[in-house]
Design a protein around this ligand. Structure first.
Ligand SMILES: Cc1cc2nc3c(=O)[nH]c(=O)nc-3n(C[C@H](O)[C@H](O)[C@H](O)COP(=O)(O)O)c2cc1C
Length: 347
């Protein structure tokens, strides 16, 4: 709810429920192309993640003013249909769905997504031309996830509404030639006109401000959300993220076959770093024993380098509130320290 109409540089003051109690706190709400397209209060997107990005986590994000996303990479479309129904019970705020193209088994995934009545889709892990026009013809807003400038230009040519630009420090399946967010994001933003959501390494307000300085208008968080209170994963995975140093992820399978990926360092993944298994995807056979059973050696715990910056499990509303508050402080501090004299000089 907007409580003061102060608009300066796309900024409003808004009142939101406090994550710390019943008192409402005032935040800066950001008005830009991402908030407009997504219909959200804050341009913070929760990453799609197989089995994890379901209604308990996604509704918490949407209710906190960000954008929750429901996964389809698990391939369990009957379960996903129920999750989307649950979303409608749990929140009246916008949410989206992800189509991770490399994992699609249903040839009518577009029909499935359209039938669910969602308005926003991210497509990832594949050719942006494959689903973009059909999704757009059905009236959906489509963002494509890209790991390189080449992929970004292709996606723009395919007609996407926006991009998720994902740096190689992020968790999950990756381009084998990974590029860090610090390099990739300003490069892509300088060459495309569509709005960009930054992913990979985003964990708080400072990293969000950095992403905005590099040209993004929104951010996506994966590892931070895996380790949130509402994330359904076993506490052993969350605790492993809390314990991780910034050097405790591994980049696996750069030379294939199958996808490259970034995951937490365990005994198994450290061994794979030296000698990858013949088929990396086979290692996800027992993923649920890790995800929900807590056996960290049963499979591979996809996670990003920001694991090294996460030291507490927090409710999603607190993550989002703290991120926005710190973003505001950072932007204001930067303007005070570096902005004003320049403005005076120009004035
Ligand atoms: C456990 C896990 C599962 C993921 N699964 C998907 C997925 O199904 N589809 C997708 O587009 N990205 C997936 N990703 C990548 C995230 O969407 C996100 O871009 C990435 O985690 C951002 O980097 P961060 O971990 O530094 O926040 C996954 C990431 C993690 C950590």
């Amino acid at each position: 709810m907007i409580v003061a109409g102060r608009e300066a540089g796309g900024v409003f003051m808004v009142e939101s429920p406090s994550p710390y109690g019943s008192t409402k706190v005032k935040f800066m709400a950001i008005r830009n192309r991402i908030t407009e397209l997504l219909g959200v209060e804050f341009p913070i997107v929760q990453a799609p993640m197989g089995w994890i990005a379901r209604s308990p986590l996604a509704s918490a994000v949407s209710n906190a003013g960000g954008l929750g996303i429901i996964e389809t990479s698990s391939g369990e479309l009957d379960a996903i249909r129920e999750e989307i129904k649950a979303m409608r019970r749990l929140t009246d705020k916008p949410f989206g769905v992800n189509i991770a193209q490399a994992f699609v088994r249903d040839p009518d995934i577009v029909g499935f997504v359209v039938d669910q009545g969602v308005k926003f889709v991210t497509t990832s892990a594949g050719d942006p031309n494959r689903y973009c026009s059909a999704l757009k013809a059905a009236g959906l807003t489509v963002f494509h996830v890209v790991p390189s400038l080449h992929a970004a230009l292709r996606a723009v040519e395919a007609g996407v509404d926006g991009l998720v630009v994902e740096g190689g420090e992020g968790g999950g399946f990756k381009n084998p030639r990974e590029v860090a967010t610090m390099v990739l994001l300003p490069l892509v933003c300088s060459k495309v006109g569509v709005p960009v959501v930054a992913a990979g390494g985003i964990v708080d307000g400072r990293t969000m401000a950095a992403a905005f300085a590099l040209g993004a208008e929104g951010v996506q968080m994966g590892t931070r959300m895996v380790s949130s209170a509402e994330s359904p994963v076993h506490e052993n995975w969350k605790n492993a993220i809390l314990a991780a140093k910034e050097t405790d992820t591994v980049f696996l399978n750069r030379f294939g076959p199958g996808p490259a990926l970034r995951a937490l360092r365990t005994e198994k993944t450290t061994a794979f770093e030296r000698e990858p298994p013949e088929m990396i995807m086979g290692e996800f056979r027992d993923a649920l024993a890790l995800y929900f059973g807590g056996d960290m050696e049963a499979s591979i715990a996809l996670s990003g380098q920001v694991a090294g910056r996460i030291d507490a499990v927090k409710p999603v509303a607190q993550v989002i509130a703290e991120t926005i508050a710190e973003f505001e402080e950072t932007v204001a501090e930067m303007a005070t320290r570096y902005g004003a004299p320049g403005l005076h000089r120009r004035g």
